[in-house]
Design a protein around this ligand. Sequence first.
Ligand SMILES: *[C@@H]1O[C@H](CO)[C@@H](O)[C@H](O)[C@H]1NC(C)=O
Ligand SMILES: *[C@@H]1O[C@H](CO)[C@@H](O)[C@H](O)[C@H]1NC(C)=O
Ligand SMILES: *[C@@H]1O[C@H](CO)[C@@H](O)[C@H](O)[C@H]1NC(C)=O
Ligand SMILES: *[C@@H]1O[C@H](CO)[C@@H](O)[C@H](O)[C@H]1NC(C)=O
Ligand SMILES: *[C@@H]1O[C@H](CO)[C@@H](O)[C@H](O)[C@H]1NC(C)=O
Length: 457
Amino acid sequence: MKNCVLLLLLLKLFISNVKSQIYSANWTDLNSRPNPGWYDEAKFGIFIHFGVYSVPAYTTHSYAEWYWYYLNNDNGTTQQWQNEHYGQQFRYQDFAPMFNCRFFDPDEWASIFQKSGAKYVVLTSKHHEGYTLWNSDQAWNWNSVQNGPGIDIVGELTNSVKKQGLHMGLYHSLYEWYNPLYLSDKASGSPPTQNDYVREVLSPQLRDIVLKYEPDIIWADGEWEQYSNYWNSTEFISWLYNESPVKDTVLVNDRWGKETRGVDGGFFTGGDHWQPGHLVSHKWENCETIGYSYGYDENEPATAYQNSTVLIQEFVETVACGGNFLLDVGPNAEGLIPNNMVDRLYDIGLFLSINGESIYGSSPWRIQNQTESIWFTTNSETGSIYAFCYYFSDDGIFEFNEIIGNENTVVELLGYKGNKPITVDVHKLKGIKLTVPFVSPSDYPPFIYVFKFINAN
Ligand SMILES: *[C@@H]1O[C@H](CO)[C@@H](O)[C@H](O)[C@H]1NC(C)=O
Ligand SMILES: *[C@@H]1O[C@H](CO)[C@@H](O)[C@H](O)[C@H]1NC(C)=O
Ligand SMILES: *[C@@H]1O[C@H](CO)[C@@H](O)[C@H](O)[C@H]1NC(C)=O
Ligand SMILES: *[C@@H]1O[C@H](CO)[C@@H](O)[C@H](O)[C@H]1NC(C)=O
Ligand SMILES: *[C@@H]1O[C@H](CO)[C@@H](O)[C@H](O)[C@H]1NC(C)=O
């Protein structure tokens, strides 16, 4: 009985200690918070760029979601294209009623994401155009409930994604190209503590999406014109980490001010499509696209879409180097994810259904790759090393010159259905040679062969 009381006291002390961990509104403090574990284990997420820009779905530059900006800032080609297709009087705002989402089916989207093997989703709650995908009080008549489809897209998708057991995240642009408050703050050069846009628009919006939808990621962007003290970023994140309903599960990226990228935040994003190709010691994420544009670009040719083999190789290399892979889809204005994107997602799902243990919950190995076509991960739970080979050698011989084996070393080929054994030759000091029976390539979508080394170093 006495022991019990003591135990309870200790437990209480422990809990109150955990509770008393407060992260102050400065980067040193916020950066000291460990990332919630689910994110590193997840490895694979789906990014969604969806908004009014999905209607014109047009760019001659790079990113279709930047349409409105290019309308005003290129050499006139975008304006000319708009005049030809929509008339001289047409304004960007006139696209909103055409954003009809008439085939939008959030359960269907969530089911596609679940089948792809992704463990989280990040949706653009607001892009730089300022149009919000939920009924924001700070975006009056410029949101998807009041102007356009009449749907709380953030809310409906969040429900469907969480029902599938995936984590839901929200992208949010800090700046807005044409918000009158932001433009007048900028013009007046008001000091960081006195800007109206942050106080009246950005801060309430960020808190609103957290309280209403309880996202597990806040993926900030559009930070580059101002320092993080202008955006009040550390104030928001300290509230997020200390008091918000998602304080134990949420993560943030590193785009919170012009000085923060690759320096502050829960995970680093580098630039868009960031693929460093070497081990990065801080947790990072590669936000990649299938074609080039994040928002749907109707004119992007089929040849611009990377095939599943290439995408899975980028995914493998990202994970081998310590990153997460956030692959983007750009649904069209009717709310459909283009079939060529869905096909890629299903291929990745098939790959993961066979090779999941080499990806989920894995860590970088002491060496990331042996050549450009052989990459490694390890998994502390299985204690195994995994080698991803992008080819099957003609004679069935595979040499792994960095792996150290012993008499207990066993090697498996994940997904192998044959009954002839793999011959394992362990070299004296270092290196393992495998002789693998001929296998049917159709068992190894998309031609990536994953060997599992048990009892090796
Ligand atoms: C951050 O906040 C903590 C707690 O208030 C304080 O001890 C620390 O000095 C601050 N660090 C910086 C760099 O301001
Ligand atoms: C304008 O820019 C587009 C896209 O960058 C380019 O293709 C086009 O040739 C340019 N037109 C003129 C008139 O400079
Ligand atoms: C920044 O956050 C603090 C604390 O929540 C608040 O007092 C202040 O008004 C905010 N500043 C702006 C410009 O929003
Ligand atoms: C995928 O694309 C790459 C690069 O363009 C190409 O080398 C490869 O043959 C393609 N693979 C398949 C299966 O089409
Ligand atoms: C590993 O891959 C990178 C990027 O593809 C390449 O530059 C490097 O040469 C490779 N390392 C080895 C040892 O082959």
